[in-house]
Design a protein around this ligand. Sequence first.
Ligand code: HEC
Ligand code: HEC
Ligand code: HEC
Ligand code: HEC
Ligand code: HEC
Length: 167
Amino acid sequence: MRSMRMIGLLLFASVASVLLVTSRPASGEQPIAFNHKAHVSKGLDCAICHRYVREQAFATLPTIETCLMCHSAKMSDNPEEAKIREFAKRGEPLRWQRLYALSPDAAAYFSHRRHVTLGNIPCATCHGPMAERTTPPPRALVRFDMDFCISCHQEKKVSTACVACHR
Ligand code: HEC
Ligand code: HEC
Ligand code: HEC
Ligand code: HEC
Ligand code: HEC
């Protein structure tokens, strides 16, 4: 009986620690209210901030050093812009909340390089009108599931074999 209670307690403790580890700010809460349109409309390329989008599997999100290339001195009266220098002063990294992530259980392989550079597929096909956003979207603008991947592969006559994606 006693050992059963112990196991119960241990289970409870491990569930509680998982909950602690995975607790995040409410969805859509980003460290800075970033404005895509203000930057993209000035002609900035996506890869200035999503550094590896043409070369590697992951696009990556920008570090504060990227923002400081242009924002090390005051540029506007927008308090969100001033936050960049406040984060830098505190030595605090920008922890952007991810909007797009494939289910880790699926163990599916996705490469940006393959789709953007070799496949020539525009970002908006998979990410919607991100370039038009004046505030960070609270959730992904496009829902991904396996059908989303497979229907385009069928249309473009790309492999739909399970092992193409589940490696
Ligand atoms: C064919 C669909 C597709 C295209 C085209 C595409 N993406 Fe993605 N993107 C995805 C998927 C799928 C994920 C989630 C990947 C994962 O969880 O492994 C993602 C994730 C991301 C992320 C966050 C995670 C990361 O990779 O660092 C960023 C940023 C991103 N994409 C930017 C872009 C930009 C910029 C472009 C255009 C230059 C682009 N994407 C084109 C499908 C696409
Ligand atoms: C290559 C230069 C460049 C980089 C890199 C850059 N910005 Fe900017 N940013 C600008 C310019 C130019 C403006 C002014 C746009 C305008 O006046 O409409 C601006 C404006 C802003 C504003 C005010 C937007 C508004 O709604 O008025 C914020 C906030 C901001 N940037 C945040 C960031 C953050 C966060 C990063 C890093 C992820 C970053 N910027 C990276 C050039 C840059
Ligand atoms: C000056 C920097 C900058 C530029 C240029 C930029 N982005 Fe972003 N991007 C960000 C930041 C910061 C975030 C996180 C905050 C947000 O969602 O607005 C982000 C988030 C994203 C995400 C969500 C990724 C995820 O899973 O969390 C996508 C998709 C994306 N950007 C696409 C694009 C595309 C497409 C372009 C070019 C048309 C572009 N971005 C240009 C800074 C930039
Ligand atoms: C809008 C169309 C489109 C969407 C959506 C799309 N793909 Fe693709 N995919 C392509 C094209 C086109 C290629 C071939 C690119 C090339 O190499 O020319 C490709 C190639 C691939 C390859 C390499 C296949 C091989 O034979 O080695 C993998 C893996 C892959 N995609 C995974 C994914 C996953 C996972 C998703 C969903 C998250 C996805 N794709 C969504 C169009 C798409
Ligand atoms: C073009 C890429 C692609 C191909 C081909 C593909 N899948 Fe998937 N599959 C995915 C992606 C991406 C996910 C995760 C979607 C998400 O994040 O919700 C997934 C999810 C799954 C899941 C759910 C796993 C989980 O626990 O979330 C199963 C099961 C699965 N696939 C089986 C298959 C089988 C069987 C085949 C062959 C008949 C196949 N898939 C072919 C991309 C692919």
